[in-house]
Design a protein around this ligand. Structure first.
Ligand code: G3D
Ligand code: MG
Length: 220
């Protein structure tokens, strides 16, 4: 029962779903984690996140995928929601141009607050409604590229593009985690340099100024 797990690693990643109300965030999550669509409890889902475990080339990945409880409809999603997330999936509805504009706002906010610590994916959802498309594929893909995000076409209804999307995002998050680790190690190595503390106060023994307790009176 030797633990020859050389090369095998495990990672925990937090991924947040963001986007306007009704674009299909909860549907994508339930499809991916439970393979369900339009389940009765869909809109009453109160869990802050669902877990999904996957394996990529011997590495175990545990994804905590956070969904909103509908606060986005009241413009009430703050930094506390996406804080410390490794990845974000910004969802829009391909039949709704406004929802695509909303994605741009989220990208700006995430970049401002988290910089490049976070891996971004943009999902054009409801591609089963292709005939009613209102967002140009070229525009969406070009925009994604311009902000360093990947773009995916998904349908929670037809289970299209979802597995690939989470897989690709996970791979980027692993890559980022590795880079961060290597940076940390590089910084850690400077610990090998001896630090000489030359600010130690020299102790004076001139018998002159004594402090603490006195008592040493000289009588003649
Ligand atoms: P949200 O969590 O972003 O607010 P929801 O969005 O997951 O609650 O979905 C909003 C509505 O869009 C739901 O319909 C849901 O069934 C529908 N929907 C989600 N994904 C898809 C999709 O890929 N294709 C189609 N055609 N519809 C989708 P209702 O009718 O329940 O409001
Ligand atoms: Mg929802």
């Amino acid at each position: 029962m030797g633990e020859s797990t050389s090369g095998s690693r495990s990672y925990n990643f937090k991924v947040v779903l963001l986007g306007e109300g009704c674009v299909g965030k909860t549907s994508l999550l339930l499809r991916y984690v439970e393979d369900k669509f339009n389940d009765k409890h869909i809109t009453t889902l109160q869990a802050a996140f669902l877990n999904k475990r996957i394996n990529i080339g011997g590495k175990r990945i545990s994804l905590s995928i956070w969904d909103t409880a509908g606060q986005e409809r009241f413009h009430a999603l703050g930094p506390i929601y996406y804080r410390a997330s490794n990845g974000a999936i910004l969802v829009y509805d391909i039949t709704d141009e406004d929802s695509f504009q909303k994605v741009k706002k989220w990208v700006k906010e995430l970049k401002k607050m988290l910089g490049s610590d976070i891996s971004l994916t943009i999902a054009g959802n409801k591609v089963d409604l292709e005939k009613q498309r209102n967002v140009s594929v070229e525009d969406a893909e070009q925009y994604a590229e311009s902000v360093g995000a990947q773009h995916f076409h998904t349908s929670a209804k037809h289970n299209k593009g979802i597995e690939e999307m989470f897989l690709e995002l996970s791979q980027r998050m692993i890559e980022k985690a590795r880079e961060a680790e290597q940076e940390k190690m590089a910084v850690g190595n400077t610990n090998n340099v001896m630090v000489v503390d030359d600010e130690v106060d020299p102790v004076e023994h001139n018998g002159g100024s004594r402090c603490c307790g006195g008592g040493a009176t000289t009588s003649s």
